[in-house]
Design a binder for this molecule. Structure first.
Ligand SMILES: C[S@@+](CC[C@H](N)C(=O)[O-])C[C@H]1O[C@@H](n2cnc3c(N)ncnc32)[C@H](O)[C@@H]1O
Length: 305
């Protein structure tokens, strides 16, 4: 009996030290304060939760790891942000306009024990800054997708975007997928490469110019080598990874693979039977204007314009 009180004190201290907040509720207790109805109105779109299996698949398709910062636009009850933290170990933020819904989602964050990784904020996706996300998820509407598209395209090349149900206008998905008859889509934010690039190796014995055209992740154009122009073959861009092929001055097919970093592309040329040649490309002047990356028509009203 004499030990009962110190033991209780030790138990309480270790319980708190384990990160279990005295205020953490169970999910059922969270719902006692507020229970949302599927289909209820939201600011720009109603609330319908993404099924668990599709949530997992979206995060898997986006290759989410503990290094990622996932932002769910229109977070609802927070399930995508919570799964990103709990199952994939990522840091995650959910942005939800409805204050009661945001409070419920944050209560679930506590109930699921992921307050160290996941946060829900009450806010408007058209006002909140999510530019630092490495993965963006959304289940909105086609028009809303279109109106955040320019902000997604301004993010770091390689950022992954996963959308439940809805597409992104002329920006074709890099990987469409389907879970139990529901469509979903994955995009990878492309680097800006449209414009003219001069490539050379260290001693200048290899030199060519690539004039690249770009619309979202689709690229094409031509190469000038040895005073002769030719169309690029097999050109592709995935995030900051670029590839194309052309025939050199001797008619040998050269396969270029490189990484885009602003106004520089570093990479190598590969031709059968010879060692790879390291080359660096520098943008010649400013990159070409990118109308495809600008705000879509009719979106100004979401931004108070
Ligand atoms: C279709 S639900 C998707 C919920 C969650 N992302 C999921 O997939 O389970 C869309 C959510 O966006 C919220 N919403 C609507 N307009 C919004 C806005 N402008 N800013 C933030 N959230 C918004 C709604 O309240 C709703 O909870």
């Amino acid at each position: 009996m004499r030990f009962a009180q110190p033991l209780l004190a030790i138990a309480a201290v270790s319980w708190l030290a384990c990160g279990v907040s005295a205020e953490a509720k169970t999910r059922a207790e969270c719902e006692r304060d507020y229970k949302p109805q599927v289909g209820q109105a939201g600011k720009d779109v109603i609330w319908v939760p993404t099924p668990d299996e599709l949530v997992s698949r979206m995060l898997t398709m986006a290759k989410v790891t503990p290094k990622d910062y996932v932002v769910d636009l229109g977070a609802g009850d927070g399930k995508i942000a919570i799964a990103a933290g709990k199952k994939f170990g990522a840091t995650a933020l959910g942005i939800e306009y409805n204050p009661e819904m945001a409070r419920l989602a944050q209560c679930y964050v506590q109930a699921e024990g992921v307050t160290d990784k996941v946060k829900i904020v009450q806010g408007d996706i058209f006002k909140e800054d999510f530019s630092k996300a490495t993965v963006v998820t959304m289940y909105l509407l086609p028009e809303l997708n279109l109106c955040v598209r320019h902000r997604l395209l301004a993010m770091k090349p390689g950022t992954r975007v996963a959308s439940h149900s809805f597409t992104m206008g002329e920006w074709d998905a890099d990987e469409p997928f389907e879970v139990e008859y529901r469509n979903a889509y994955l995009w990878i934010v492309p680097a800006r490469v449209g414009g003219s690039w001069n490539f050379r190796n260290g001693n200048g014995s290899v030199e060519f110019t690539a004039s690249l055209t770009q619309s979202f992740q689709k690229i094409g154009g031509e190469v000038a080598v040895g005073g002769r122009k030719q169309p690029l073959v097999g050109a592709s861009l995935q995030g900051d990874a670029i590839r194309f092929a052309f025939a050199d001055a001797k008619g040998v097919t050269q396969h270029f693979t490189g990484t885009v970093r602003g106004a520089t592309i570093t990479g190598s040329l590969r031709a059968s039977g010879v060692a790879d040649t390291e080359v660096v490309g520098n943008a010649q002047g400013a990159l070409a204007p990118a109308p495809w990356a600008e705000m879509a028509n009719g979106c100004g009203r979401f931004y108070g314009k």
